[in-house]
Write a protein that binds this ligand. Structure first.
Ligand code: SAM
Length: 297
């Protein structure tokens, strides 16, 4: 199984799909959300499915209403212009990596297997986790561990990485986990390694920059009444989505016009929607998922 879609019904429901509409699935992955959108589209509807990982292409189906775009969703406006679409009726983003990424040892996303320190979603990109771990100075390493992994001992971990690489470059997952293990509680290693690997992955793929660009582009791309739905998996992403949908900026303070009226691009901004107990029991990935949606004014 490439990937089990999370919050499937809820996210498709909140897009309020029009059979003749134009939709974008920014994170095609295993295609679960895309297939559900296609099932609601009529003959004239269209769906563009983006994924920066070329392996996702193998999950596409032969459907003339569907176009696969092998690229980063931060270029959504350019790609859609290329395909002759100025406006769309709905945008969905199910952020982060797929289960497939964690299951393939050689992709380097999982601390369960040994492999090269890669972690690129787009394998044509030049920057890898190995370059980050061996190239960033101690302060920069501490910053990403603190900001993206929310780790209190970020400085000490960064220092241990730098000390180790002075004798020998850290090239594999297990070489890295060996350096990290002293910072983990016995028996809780997997749980405590997760935020460290998450932080490295976010930096390698510049995930927050792509998300910010996508959110900004969505304002111009969505038709009035069109909807955006985003599923995020950690608080940094969720905060960006929440603030932007509420106010149209990432600080979370709405701009005001000359008369003091708030200027916001979206209405019907939802609260966070989370998975029910049954979904969480069936799919542990669903535990941290938060879905938010809004409607373009
Ligand atoms: C959580 S999975 C999506 C799963 C999908 N909804 C499904 O039902 O199978 C996220 C996917 O988005 C892709 N992805 C993540 N960030 C991206 C970006 N900035 N641009 C394009 N694709 C991205 C990843 O390669 C991955 O395949």
């Amino acid at each position: 199984m490439y990937h089990v879609p999370v919050l499937l019904e809820e996210s498709i429901e909140c897009l309020r799909i029009k059979p003749d509409g134009v939709y974008v699935d920014c994170t095609f992955g295993g295609g679960g959300h895309s297939r559900a959108i296609l099932a609601r589209l009529g003959n004239k509807g269209k769906l563009y499915g983006f994924d920066q990982d070329r392996e996702a292409y193998r999950n596409t189906t032969d459907d003339e209403r569907f176009t696969f775009v092998r690229g980063n969703f931060k270029y959504i406006s350019n790609f859609l212009r290329y395909y002759g679409e100025d406006k769309v009726d709905g945008i969905l983003a199910d952020l982060g990596v797929s289960s497939h990424h964690f299951d393939e040892a050689e992709r380097g996303f999982s601390y369960r297997f040994d492999g090269t320190l890669d972690m690129r979603m787009n394998r044509e990109a030049s920057f890898t986790a190995e370059e980050l771990i061996n190239g960033y100075d101690e302060q920069a390493l501490a910053d990403i561990l603190y900001l993206y992994g929310e780790l209190r001992n970020a400085r000490r971990i960064a220092n241990a990485i730098v000390c180790r690489r002075q004798t020998k470059a850290i090239k594999t997952i297990f070489e890295l986990t060996e350096v990290l293990r002293p910072f983990c509680t016995k028996g809780k290693e997997y749980k405590e390694l997760a935020p460290i690997f998450q932080a490295i992955r976010i930096e390698v793929n510049a995930e927050l920059d792509s998300l910010k660009t996508l959110l900004c582009r969505s304002v111009d791309l969505l038709r009035s009444g069109g909807r955006i739905a985003v599923i995020s998996y950690h608080s940094l992403e969720d905060r960006l989505v929440k603030n932007f949908l509420k106010t149209g900026n990432f600080g979370g303070e709405p701009q005001k016009d000359f008369y003091g009226n708030q200027i916001t691009p979206f209405a019907n901004v939802s609260k966070a929607i989370v998975s029910n107990d049954r979904e969480i029991a069936d799919n542990p990935r669903a535990r941290s998922a938060r879905l938010r949606y809004a409607e373009k004014i």
